[in-house]
Design a protein. Structure first.
Ligand SMILES: Nc1ncnc2c1ncn2[C@@H]1O[C@H](COP(=O)(O)OP(=O)(O)OP(=O)(O)O)[C@@H](O)[C@H]1O
Ligand SMILES: [Mg+2]
Length: 102
């Protein structure tokens, strides 16, 4: 199967109230087109955060996420695409949350 999503060296640290929380670190992952993948782990390990980064809703501290082909119609979350300038709830916006960097 052709590669669809490629993740290299992904890291993300949140900073809230002066407290740094390292959620993702050194993550490499390839997801093929048509592949069924389950992301499992204890509560708080960063599963949802990883999906938000893949959906381009949260900016990683380090690393890259490549989605191929980068066309609008092939977006993994067409209902909420940064390129389309939309967000959940139907409100139009180009402002998306980003991780705090230090
Ligand atoms: N916007 C944010 N600001 C600061 N910390 C955050 C933010 N979002 C998530 N976190 C923290 O990042 C860590 C991972 O959260 P995440 O929601 O990705 O976990 P999860 O694996 O999806 O958990 P669950 O199984 O409970 O859904 C948690 O410690 C959480 O408190
Ligand atoms: Mg979650």
């Amino acid at each position: 199967m052709a590669g669809l999503i490629g993740i290299r060296g992904l890291a993300l640290t949140f900073t809230r109230d002066g407290t740094r929380t390292k959620v993702l670190e050194g993550l490499d992952l390839d997801i093929a087109s048509g592949e069924f993948l389950a992301i499992v782990g204890a509560s708080g390990v960063g599963k949802s955060t990883l999906l938000r980064v893949i959906a381009d809703l949260v900016r990683p501290s380090e690393g890259t996420v490549t989605v191929s082909p980068p066309s609008r119609d092939a977006a993994p979350t067409p209902w909420c695409s940064r390129m389309r300038g939309c967000c959940p709830g139907g409100a139009s916006s180009t402002t998306l949350p980003s991780a705090s960097k230090s």
